[in-house]
Ligand binder design. Structure first.
Ligand code: PMV
Length: 322
């Protein structure tokens, strides 16, 4: 990973539930953003992201502009700004953590021109402040994975000592355990429908106010899926992993955050031989993730024939920043 860059993420289990302090498991997508050029300025912060055709500065009146203004406040050292060109390997607003990837890459860029030495922990904290502007009440999962990569087991209120000892995972932030993993690949399928995380998270909050028992029971199903899926990943049991993903998708569907296209993508993947699939991210559009070892091409082709794009994400040891 370049000094200025960041990971995207696939949430394997636990989206939405994670906002309410349930655990989530997410994997980093390498090279979500990579720096093409970086130049200091006398003050303004400007950003261009090449394949997205996106240009923004701290004087823009939109959310990104507000995020960049927050960035200038949270990165110490004042004064200098920066002009950054980034290249992205993921689509924007597709449930793959693009906003967190922007936040982390821009924090790293501004720290570099202001000559501030920062740890990944500090980068994550500053990026989280930008994520608050984008999402209102982010769990912190996206900015953590965007910073560190790898496979992260995340819980908002943190992990207590006993849980940590039992799991014997490496603790990289008080909220994050980095999980050792075998070489593993997933397919990501993009519905092409942009979604708003803020809107989807607000929808769950409304539904939980109206019927917290029902929503909390579905969060329990998501917890069970995560436990099952994590055990399956540890054992290299892809068929069990796929079943746990489907179970998680069913709960997200009952929570009202799926949509016709995402359900279709899950069904199409299953019909083409996947062992499991689920929406990933906030839902309402965006992407799905599938476990489809041995039939990757068939699933990608089946998605393509239904008008969706798909590609393979490989989790390897190089996939992390640490
Ligand atoms: O769709 P994304 O990439 O913004 O992911 C959102 C994940 C949620 O769990 C729905 C929200 C959060 O803050 O964790």
């Amino acid at each position: 990973m370049s000094a200025v860059g960041s990971h995207g993420k696939i949430i394997l289990f636990g989206e939405h539930a994670v906002v309410y302090d349930h655990p989530a498991l997410a994997a980093g997508i390498p090279d979500a953003l990579r720096m093409v050029s970086l130049a200091p300025t006398s003050g303004p912060v400007r950003m261009r992201i090449l394949p997205w055709d996106l240009e923004c500065s701290d004087s823009s009146g939109d959310l990104l502009g507000s995020g960049l203004r927050r960035l200038k406040e949270v990165v110490p050292g004042g004064g200098r700004g920066c002009s950054v060109v980034l290249k992205s390997g993921i689509p924007p607003a597709a449930g793959l953590g693009s906003s967190a990837a922007i936040a982390v890459a821009m924090v790293r860029a501004l720290c570099q021109v202001r000559e501030i030495a920062t740890s990944n922990l500090q980068v994550r904290e500053m990026a989280h402040e930008m994520e608050k502007i984008f999402h209102g009440r982010p769990s912190g999962l996206d900015d953590t994975v965007a910073t560190f990569g790898g496979v992260c087991l995340f819980r908002r209120s943190g992990w207590d000592r006993h849980e940590r000892e039992r799991k014997s995972y490496c603790m990289i932030t008080p909220q994050t355990l980095q999980v050792p993993y075998r070489k593993q690949s997933f397919l990501v399928g993009n519905s092409g429908i942009e979604h708003s995380t803020r809107h989807m998270v607000a929808g769950i909050s409304r539904r939980r106010k109206a019927n917290h028992k029902k929503v909390d029971a579905l969060f329990e199903v998501i917890d069970e899926s995560l436990t099952e899926g994590l055990a399956a990943m540890n054992e290299g049991d892809n068929s069990r992993l796929g079943k746990a993903m489907l179970n998680n998708h069913g709960a997200l569907r009952s929570l009202g955050v799926s949509c016709g296209e995402l359900d279709e993508m899950v069904d199409v993947a299953m019909a083409a031989g996947a062992s499991g699939a689920k929406l990933t991210g906030a839902g309402g559009g965006g992407s799905v993730v599938a476990e489809a070892s041995g039939c990757e091409e068939e699933v990608i082709e089946a998605w393509r024939s239904h008008g969706y794009s798909g590609w393979r994400v490989e989790l390897t040891e190089e996939n992390r920043t640490l």
